[in-house]
Design a binder for this molecule. Structure first.
Ligand code: GLN
Length: 201
């Protein structure tokens, strides 16, 4: 077990800086990943929020698509937030026809699932195994339409028309949230991910 794991943030697009700060404050050595050589150096990877269709194109333009899939297949811990959740999902609904994901999570996600009226909202939700509630910020977020056998749901929306929709999942060392814990100052989700990475390295 290493005391300070090196955790990368995929830095082709999206809210990279917020994740770097949250990881640093959670005890990791946080670095940007934009090249295969940088990916090779990390013990775990965060895929930030942003736009999954753009990220999908850029990871291929940066020659990261195959290396990312290889590392994920080899068990690298990963955490995806929002667009990052979409990138880690094995299946998407409402994606662009040519959109591909990296995969790793046995889930189906629905892009932009919360619809126009409520496409951005905030809610305090419970997270299985954590005390109290987490303030969840949703920005044109996906939800998890279906959790396959290998993944486990950790949190769902509790109020309003989308009540019951799953918004956090874990499968082994891979974690994903529909929401953005990196913008709230509450680093418990990042701390959980840092622990997952430490236990793994
Ligand atoms: N709607 C975006 C997508 O489809 C995700 C939004 C976000 O990451 N905040 O990728």
């Amino acid at each position: 077990m290493t005391d300070q794991p090196t955790i990368g943030v995929l830095a082709v697009q999206g809210d990279v800086r917020e994740h770097l700060a949250a990881l640093t404050e959670s005890g990791a050595y946080a670095v940007r990943v934009r090249r295969p050589s940088e990916l090779a150096e990390v013990d775990g990877l965060v895929i930030p929020g942003g736009e999954s269709t753009t990220m999908d194109k850029l990871v291929r333009a940066f020659d990261l698509y195959d290396p990312l899939r290889e590392r994920l297949a080899a068990g690298m811990p990963a955490y995806g937030s929002c667009a990052g959740m979409i990138m880690l999902a094995d299946r998407i609904t409402d994606g662009r026809p040519d959109q591909q994901t990296l995969g790793g999570l046995d889930i189906t996600v629905r892009r932009n699932a919360f619809g126009r009226q409520v496409d951005s909202f905030e809610e305090d939700i419970h997270w299985s195994g954590m005390d109290g509630t987490i303030h969840a910020v949703f920005i044109r977020a996906p939800w998890v339409e279906e959790v396959g056998e290998r993944a486990t749901a950790l949190a769902h929306v509790e109020h309003g028309p989308a009540a019951g929709r799953i918004v956090a999942v874990r499968q082994g060392n891979v974690l994903a949230t529909s929401f953005h814990p990196e913008v709230t100052g509450d680093h418990r989700v990042h701390q959980l991910f840092v622990e997952i990475v430490k236990d793994c390295s």
